[in-house]
Design a protein around this ligand. Structure first.
Ligand code: LLP
Length: 448
């Protein structure tokens, strides 16, 4: 296994994300004017990618995704489990294919995501779980026809609709109820889900009667219980708490005669956007321990739905500085990426590290300047970073916004009629364009 450099005691630059994104130092004997280190993705210079594909540009490291996925898998060891990668985090077919090749299952929340998964791997259906509070009948029928593993049902009405669809096709639907464990997790209010005040799941206390209802339906097969308490949770304790409540419910349901084969523990494991974790496997193992501990005696198959933890550190967004600008005391870097390309800073006040792609030795030690990094969109909310200390960068230089492999491109929009960026996937020296840049013509198509 390849370990992060930090584990081998080398100081990890705050601004690098090994194993995918590290600065390549200039050779010792390089001429004085070439003493610039360049951020690269695996073996490829980001400067070259920007020249070839233009900016803004999403760049992903296949090695990072493979290693994180393998590390997550290993953390669960021989506990019977399937990792169902949460497609919503990054649904590009190139990424899904990469994960399918590693034997991954998938968590989908729409007919569109299901279609993506089946396009990436037409044999994946038996490893697919379908979550979400508002599945339409149309989507349920498609999932039944595909033969997915499990529906995570979130309400009594949805259960009735699923029973109807399954009866219509005379095909049995595997059902888990998503229960709301009423566990609080420390995260942004928009992405916390495990409390009664949230729209998700059914209260644990009423789950029993819904399971009884499901069991009476000829074309529903009660198969599991599912839970998801929120996203970007970096303290593992609440996951353990939620799973132990689920374990109690499983015992109760079994005593009532239901056969519960699966526990779906959802996703939500966060990443450290500001101080990247130096040993992902250790972190994933702590998570695996709290999740599996309450299930030891239960003889269940565990399903896991990580998204961010697998792909977030595998992506950067490259952007060019268009203009420098100073209004009174305030300095701005106006860049060619904007909130339509990456909405997390504007929507959640999320922090993403930003680094210049080229840095001279001198600049690396120099104290920088305090700037707002903003996009061209006509809203004051259109910022990628505020009051951020950066080394001085000039117009035309390239910046990399880090940790955008999850909830980056998938949340992008065409606001201000801005075509969305291209995406490339790097593996060693090889570069694959996995989505071409949109054109304005693409945007106008469909409007007669
Ligand atoms: N399973 C379910 C049922 C979910 O609702 C989610 C995320 C996941 C799995 C995957 O969670 P993850 O492992 O990626 O945390 N746009 C927000 C995140 C929204 C997450 C929604 N649900 C962000 O940019 O932070």
């Amino acid at each position: 296994m390849i370990r992060h450099r930090a584990v081998a005691n080398a100081p990890l630059s705050l601004q690098e994300r090994p194993p995918g994104f590290v600065f390549r130092e200039p050779a010792q004997n390089a001429p004085r004017d070439h003493k610039t280190s360049l951020l690269q993705c695996e073996d490829v210079s980001l400067l070259k990618l920007a020249k070839r594909y233009g900016t803004p540009l999403y760049v992903y490291s296949a090695r990072t995704i493979r290693q994180r996925m393998a590390g997550f898998e290993r953390a669960f060891g021989d506990f019977a489990h399937t990792v169902c990668y949460s497609v919503k985090a990054n649904s590009n077919l190139g990424i899904l294919r990469l994960l399918a090749r590693q034997g991954c299952g998938f968590d989908v929340v729409s007919g569109g995501e299901l279609k993506r998964v089946l396009t990436a791997d037409r044999h994946a259906a038996k490893r697919v779980v379908f979550s979400g509070v508002g599945k339409t009948r149309h989507e349920m029928l498609a999932a039944l026809k595909a033969g997915i593993l499990l529906f995570n049902v979130e309400s009594e009405s949805e259960l009735a609709a699923l029973a109807e669809c399954a009866a219509h096709l005379r095909s049995t639907a595997g059902v888990a109820l998503r229960v709301n464990p009423d566990v609080a997790a420390d995260t942004h209010p928009y992405i916390s889900t495990g409390l009664h005040k949230h729209k998700f799941g059914v209260p644990i206390a009423t789950a029993g009667s819904l399971y009884a209802k499901a069991a009476r339906e000829r074309y529903l097969k009660v198969a599991g219980v599912s839970v998801h308490i929120g996203s970007q949770i970096t303290d593992v304790a609440p996951f353990g708490e939620a799973v132990s409540r689920i374990a109690d419910l499983v015992r109760q349901l079994r005593s009532q005669g239901h056969s519960i084969d699966f526990i779906d523990a959802g996703g939500g494991l966060g990443i450290a956007y500001q101080n990247p974790e130096t040993d992902f496997e250790d972190y994933a193992s702590r998570y695996a321990r709290v999740v599996t501990e309450p299930l030891r005696e239960l003889n269940v198959h565990l399903l896991l739905e990580p998204g961010r933890a697998i792909v977030a550190p595998a992506g950067v967004l490259l952007t060019s500085v268009l203009y420098r600008k100073q209004n009174d005391g305030k300095r701005f870097l106006i860049v060619d990426a904007a909130m339509n390309d990456l909405i997390r800073p504007a929507l959640y006040s999320a922090h993403h590290e930003i680094v210049p792609v080229s840095r001279t030795r001198r600049a690396a030690n120099e104290s920088g300047e305090i700037v707002d990094v903003v996009g061209p969109i006509c809203e004051s909310g259109d910022a990628l970073a505020r009051d951020r200390e950066l080394p001085r960068v000039e117009e035309g230089e390239l910046l990399a916004i880090l940790d955008v492999g999850a909830y980056g491109m998938v949340l992008s929009s065409n606001y201000n009629t801005r075509p969305r960026p291209a995406e490339v996937l790097v593996s060693g020296k090889s570069v694959k364009l996995i989505r071409r840049r949109e054109t304005i013509r693409d945007l106008l198509r469909g409007e007669p």
